[in-house]
Design a protein around this ligand. Structure first.
Ligand code: DX5
Ligand code: ZN
Length: 220
């Protein structure tokens, strides 16, 4: 049985004691640290940027999964790559020259990811599959943690899985927003490989156990 890869989202951490939460993730079965960057323009919220990235790089032992919810992401790819990102996700809706952007992310030594808003169909990815390491399907409208999962995501994940199979692509499928143990197994059955989880991890009584449960969620 293939276990999912788990990426706790730092957005839901306690910023009064970030080091504590980063060490908790280090001790956990998490595979990545998901790092949400919001610019207040592409999404109606502002999160954090380079000073927090520096703290994450200093204290985290997990690879950094950077999700850029910003307009004109090309301007910042080099800085995030040099700042320690393992994966950089840009939004499909924010890229005029997606092929060029993805090629550049790889050239900078990172894995290239594209994030899709809930209204963005998966079909537009067919012509960039060779440049893509991972697709980040948003299961909420980006901008805030703690929102409700959009059930249509199951069908979208299945559709993307079919597209990847038809094209013999090894691109991974990552899902972000409203994920908990309640929908994890169904997402894996639909074809998900990586699960991002913010509030269901940091809001849990025992975050280590919440990560363990997600890691052990399996296809029903
Ligand atoms: C939403 C962010 C998510 C968010 C997930 O815009 O991209 O990564 O932190 O948080 P939860 O798991 O609470 O929905
Ligand atoms: Zn995210």
């Amino acid at each position: 049985m293939i276990r999912p890869l788990i990426a706790p989202s730092l957005l839901a951490a306690n910023f009064a004691n970030l080091q504590h939460d980063l060490e908790m993730i280090n001790d956990s079965e998490a595979d990545y640290l998901h790092f949400d960057v919001m610019d207040g323009v592409f999404v109606p919220n502002i999160s954090f940027g380079f000073p927090v990235l520096e703290v994450a790089r200093k204290h985290s032992k997990k690879p950094l999964d950077v999700h850029l919810m910003i307009t004109d992401p090309d301007r910042y790819i080099d800085a995030f790559a040099e700042g320690g990102a393992t994966t950089i996700h840009v939004h499909y809706e924010a890229c005029t020259h997606l092929h060029r952007t993805l090629t550049h992310i790889r050239k900078m030594g990172c894995r290239a990811g594209v994030a899709l808003n809930p209204h963005t169909p998966v079909d537009g990815l067919e012509d960039v599959l060779e440049q893509l390491d991972v697709v980040l399907i948003m299961s909420v409208n980006p901008g805030f943690g703690g929102q409700s999962f959009i059930p249509h995501t199951f069908r979208k994940v299945a559709k993307l899985k079919q597209l990847l199979t038809d094209n013999r692509a090894s691109t991974l499928i990552e899902i972000d927003g409203g994920i908990s143990i309640k929908n994890a197994s169904a997402l894996l059955s639909a074809g998900a490989d990586i699960l991002v989880a913010g509030s269901s991890v940091f809001g849990a009584q025992d975050p280590l156990e919440a990560i363990r449960q997600l890691k052990n969620s399996h296809q029903p």
